[in-house]
Unconditional design. Structure first.
Length: 376
């Protein structure tokens, strides 16, 4: 027994600090860190629920989103589909200039497309029409088509079923034919031309573009309608026919307005009459043929066509675009400059016009067959 005190009880000895570093023996809990009371308190604490995102993850999320957005911005936008616009003339000739002038307006109003002009000259435009008719009906191949060229090829190339293989979408341009002569010519009107031709047809050569062209067909129709024999001379091109009239080598010429308007404006040609009922907006000083007592209307209609069986949705989209183009101020300004009239002629109405022209030209062919040029 130690001096000065009582002996320790067994219970007191059991509370003695352990050399194991703070671990106490408890008969119920076994070896636990700290005192039994502390151990019980720790066990009775409610457990904290696990969070869905750690703080580190939350901080990293905006950075990841920013990186994804930046990557999307650096990716190039999808390439718009390419539409092929078939034209039956060589570059720079025939219908090619009007097709190339029209293409940007189609891109603007059809939206999200690219338009490439595809020249397919040959057989006076028939090669392009056949290529269009044989194309797939996806709507990615269009034709820049005109009448009376289409019905004329149906007649002079013996292709009466051609129209059935096409779907006319709509016409957007109407261009009149105009009779012109040199300012030094004594002719003042188409009536003068007919009267002098009745006296001496050989002295009154009427120049036209190649046989089977709209200008040449207008001259044949004038001859058939009036019963006056005309000395019709077909030149290799509209430019050659215009120059023949300017130089006095032909008494007159009949041309599309676009082929004559610049010379009419600068005074190197005089207008004898325009083949319409009313004065033309671009050339109001040139009298309509009806003013000379000549009941002849001769115009060129231009617009879009698709292969037969084309998707109705594509047709509707193109028709809507044509309607917007016809009212586009820039298109109207281009029309005034070039000599055509912006129009909105739906496909069915245009088809009816082609069928009517086909009947007229079939009769004309039987009376005065022409030899169409093999070129576009």
């Amino acid at each position: 027994m130690p001096l000065g005190g009582r002996p320790k009880t067994i219970h007191e000895l059991d509370q003695k600090p352990s050399p194991l570093g703070g671990l106490s023996r408890d008969v119920d809990q076994g070896w636990v860190r700290g005192t039994p009371k502390a151990a019980n308190q720790a066990e009775n604490q409610p457990k904290r629920p696990k969070q869905g995102l750690t703080r580190r993850a939350l901080l990293a999320t905006p950075l990841a989103l920013a990186a994804t957005t930046a990557q999307a911005r650096t990716q190039p936008p999808p390439t718009p589909p390419l539409l092929s616009l078939i034209v039956g003339s060589p570059p720079g000739r025939g219908a090619d200039p009007s097709a190339r002038a029209f293409a940007p307006f189609l891109e603007r109003h059809l939206r999200d497309v690219r338009v490439a002009v595809l020249n397919r000259p040959g057989e006076a435009g028939l090669a392009a029409l056949r290529l269009l008719a044989g194309s797939d009906a996806s709507g990615l191949t269009l034709g820049w088509v005109s009448s009376p060229t289409l019905p004329a090829r149906m007649v002079d190339r013996d292709a009466p079923g051609l129209l059935d293989r096409l779907r006319l979408v709509g016409a957007v341009q109407k261009e009149p034919l105009v009779f012109v002569s040199s300012p030094r010519s004594p002719l003042a009107s188409v009536g003068d031309l007919l009267r002098r031709a009745g006296e001496d047809s050989a002295a009154m050569a009427l120049g036209t573009p190649p046989e089977g062209s709209p200008g040449h067909l207008a001259a044949l129709r004038l001859q058939a309608r009036t019963g006056t024999k005309l000395q019709i001379v077909a030149f290799p091109s509209a430019t050659a026919a215009r120059q023949a009239a300017q130089g006095g080598h032909a008494a007159a010429a009949v041309l599309a307005m676009a082929d004559a308007i610049e010379a009419l404006r600068d005074g190197t040609l005089s207008g004898l009459g325009v083949a319409t009922r009313r004065p033309h907006r671009a050339m109001p000083d040139v009298a309509p043929l009806h003013a000379s007592g000549v009941a002849l209307q001769a115009t060129i209609l231009r617009g879009l066509a698709l292969p037969a069986g084309a998707d109705p949705g594509r047709i509707a989209a193109l028709q809507s675009a044509l309607s917007r183009i016809a009212t586009d101020p820039e298109f109207i300004a281009a029309a005034d400059e070039s000599g055509f009239q912006p129009i909105t002629l739906p496909g069915p109405a245009w088809t009816a016009e082609v069928e009517k022209d086909h009947a007229i030209l079939t009769t004309l062919w039987s009376l005065s067959p022409w030899t169409p040029t093999p070129a576009g």
